[in-house]
Design a protein around this ligand. Sequence first.
Ligand code: NCD
Length: 317
Amino acid sequence: MSLVKKPFLSTADVSKEDVIAIFDRSALFKKEFEEKGRIDHLIKPNSLGQKVVTLLFQEPSTRTRTSFQLAALRLGLRVVLLDNMSISSMQKGETVGDTIRNAAAMQPDLLIGRFNEDLDAEEAIKALEIPVINAGLGAKEHPTQALLDAFTIREYRGQVEGERVLLVGDVLHSRVANSNLKLLRNLGAEVAYCAPEEFRPKDSLWQDVQHFPHRDEAVQWASVIMGLRIQTERHKDERSIGLTVANFRDRYRIGGDQLNHFREDGILLHPGPVIRGVEFSNYVLQDPRCHVLDQVTNGVYVRAALMSFMLGIEVSS
Ligand code: NCD
C-alpha cells in the first residue's frame, strides 16, 4: 500500500492495486458492521495505539465531515474537530495556510482537511510532514468522494471496468468530477459528460472526454448517471454565468422522461447535496436505480478503510 503515512490529495495518488485493497477492506467493514454492528474488533490489538485524527473544515460539509468522524469513531480513533471558522483565529486575521500549519504542528496522526480554492491552503497542505487527506479542495479535487462513488458502482453494477459513467451538470466547477475522471479511467471505466456550455470543462484533463449535447442520447449511452450540483458558490469570481436554473432544468435535469430511456440495470448516483428538482426530480430520487443514500452509507466504510491504511492500522480479515 503506497498510501501509508503519505498525503492523499488526488485520485492520481493511488494505484489500481491500492484502490482494490481499499475496496476489499471497505467491503469487509461493511459486511462486519451489518452482521455485528461494529468493526473495532477487527483492529489488531496495539495497532491503534492512541491515534488522533484532526478534522479541519473551512468549507460547509454534511456528508464528508460526519462520515469521516463516524468512520474514525467506529475504528476506535480519537477525533479533534475544527469546523467552525467563525470561532477560529481566522476571525482575528490568521490565514488559512497558517491555520493548517498550526493544526499540523500539534502533531495529530492524520489531518483531514477541506478548504476553498486558496493557493495558501494548497501550499500549506502540500508541505505538511504529517499524513493528510484532502476532503475537498476548491474546484480541484475530492478524492474520497470518487473512491466511494467507484465503490458504489462496483457494488451495484458488479464492476467498474467497462462501465459507462455519465456526469451531468456543473462539470467545470466540480472537484468531484475531476477526481472521478482520473479514478474511473484508471479503473477502466469510460467517462462522458452532458453539460451546458457554461459548465463545460476547459482544461486539458477533459480534452478527450466525450461530450453529449443532448440529454436523452447521453442517458441511452450510460450505465451509470452521476448528477452534479450547480456550484453557485464558485461562480462568484466570474462574470455572470448567464444561465438560469430554469434553463438548466429544462435541458439537463434527469426526470421520469429520461428514466424511460435509461437501462433497467443502470444506476443513478449523486455526491450530494441534491437540490431536488434541479439535477434530479423527486421521482428519480425514489427510483430503485437511484443509490444516493447508499453512497452515503458506503462513504463511512470507504473512509474507515482509507484511514486505517494511512495510519498503518492492522486489520484482521
Ligand atoms: C460535494 C463537494 O463538497 O464537493 N459534496 C460532497 O462532498 N458530498 C459536491 C457538492 O457540494 O456539490
